[in-house]
Design a protein around this ligand. Structure first.
Ligand code: URA
Length: 265
């Protein structure tokens, strides 16, 4: 390893986002070899230096590992479940490295979960302001009207804060229809709560895509390592966002305006 800026080291080690790491440094909460480093330009080497945050020593993950897993229903994505229910990490048989899930998927939801030991990557994918799109297939207990679909797209009040513009389209019309939904936020139970807002219950919920990564043909309970080119695709998005302040193709419009496209594609 070589020297890197402190805020980058903190974020890669999973402490927090790079921006919050900067605040922690400026607040004097970070020491390098026993000395407070309260300047943002400071560099250090996680392998060589003793870096402490609030007195706690940081350790470097040696190999960065990225996993895609198809979560079946009946598993939690937390590492510590008070009810002792099965965890998605129980499915990673044979993996020697400790990884943790990037974001949440409800106990009763299924589909794509990414797991990693790269804290920076996890923070970037989870960041609600990051705008990385997550795509879901949703079976509901009834149809939404055209007006409700439009509201869904524009944003609805949820927990005192409007949801960001979203995409939704009907993909199978039936008594219990299927929708494809794409969100750039990841609020707790967001899809279920958005349907509930219109008096509809979600009966099935499957995540099929996170940013550039598709669930594809991965079988339920199966997992695989991401290809380097798949990790690179995420990194390209992060870089683009750092340079432009938003993601490619992201429209900049107030919530009250209609989205340009009415489908989830
Ligand atoms: N939205 C939900 O309501 N649940 C999930 O598991 C994912 C998104």
């Amino acid at each position: 390893m070589s020297e890197e800026r402190l805020q980058k080291i903190l974020s890669r080690a999973g402490v927090t986002s790079r921006r919050k790491a900067e605040e922690m440094i400026l607040a004097g909460r970070v020491t390098v070899n026993g000395r407070v480093e309260a300047q943002l330009g400071s560099k250090a080497d996680l392998e060589r230096d003793h870096i402490k945050v609030d007195g706690k020593l940081l350790r470097a993950p040696r190999d960065l590992v990225y996993i895609a897993l198809n979560k079946p229903k009946g598993y939690v994505t937390t590492l510590d479940d008070p009810q002792g229910r099965p965890k998605v990490t129980d499915l990673l048989k044979g993996l020697k490295v400790r990884v943790y899930p990037v974001g949440r998927l409800d106990y009763n939801s299924e589909g794509l979960v990414v797991l990693t030991n790269d804290g920076d990557f996890a923070n970037r994918v989870m960041s609600t302001s990051g705008g990385i799109e997550k795509r879901y297939l949703v079976k509901a207990n009834g149809l939404l009207t055209d007006e409700q679909l439009e509201e869904f797209r524009e944003g609805i009040p949820l927990g005192g804060r409007r949801t960001a513009p979203a995409k939704i389209r009907l993909i199978r019309k039936a008594q219990n229809p299927w929708y494809e939904v794409a969100l750039t936020e990841g609020r707790h139970h967001q899809v279920r709560l958005m349907f509930q807002h219109f008096g509809r219950l979600v009966e099935k919920l499957k995540r099929v895509r996170i940013g550039p990564l598709q669930l594809g043909s991965l079988q339920p309970a199966a997992w695989r390592r991401l290809e380097p080119r798949e990790v690179d695709a995420f990194r390209r998005l992060f870089r683009y966002q750092d340079e432009h302040g938003h993601l490619p193709g992201e429209e900049h419009r107030p919530h009250s305006l209609r989205p340009a496209a009415s489908t989830a594609r």
